[in-house]
Write a protein that binds this ligand. Sequence first.
Ligand code: FPP
Length: 232
Amino acid sequence: MAVPRHVAIIMDGNGRWAKKRMLPRIAGHRKGIEAARNVTRAAGDLGIEVLTLYAFSTENWRRPAEEVNDLMGLLRHFIQTDIEELAQNGVRLRIIGNYKALAPDLVALIDGAIERTAQNSRTTLVIALNYGSQAELVSVMRDVAQRARDGNLDPATIDEAMIDNLLDTHDLPPPDLLIRTSGEQRLSNFMLWQLAYAELLFVDTLWPDFGVQSLADAVADYGARERRFGGL
Ligand code: FPP
């Protein structure tokens, strides 16, 4: 059965998971990190080459400062505690999004982790951080417009491959399968260009409850679908 090369996940429902248990939202995020950890391990075992997790969007800055701080703290902690295991398990870390705008110490940690895992090739873990698809596309458009204005680019030569090459994801295959948890059915400004032919799967499970079996079920669901890419 076909295994998706690239699975992208919108991890949703941490807040509701916590609320159901009368816990603070951060407890849901903490449990969400655990789910991310388990799913990353499982991805390698299932033969998934690339796993992209939407951890923080350009719109998430609108949350209360306390929650933003908590999320950044958890991310810092995750990189510190998990990077060694990830490295030993053949995981290569990549980031998409404008992570350079985050706190300098976090940027340094992330850059260290990227470097530490750069030679790995079993699974690529892509974390979308301060990522928004529209911002990514605007940046590509600016780049293209600037080159044209400088006289280095004939607009007639702009094609899909050129745009692909300018995206944060330039060195990654497009997602074959997008999963969103918690019953919401939206893309929320996530990989709008890259998801053009992806299979979409919306599951009711809240992200903290999404485990190894949930990922295996999603892969089986994908395997049963017929993809035609606009053909017959
Ligand atoms: C959605 O739950 C989740 C987020 C805002 C992203 C946070 C993700 C994690 C903590 C997992 C991190 C993973 C890695 C790899 C660092 P929500 O707060 O929107 O839930 P709600 O809709 O129920 O309120």
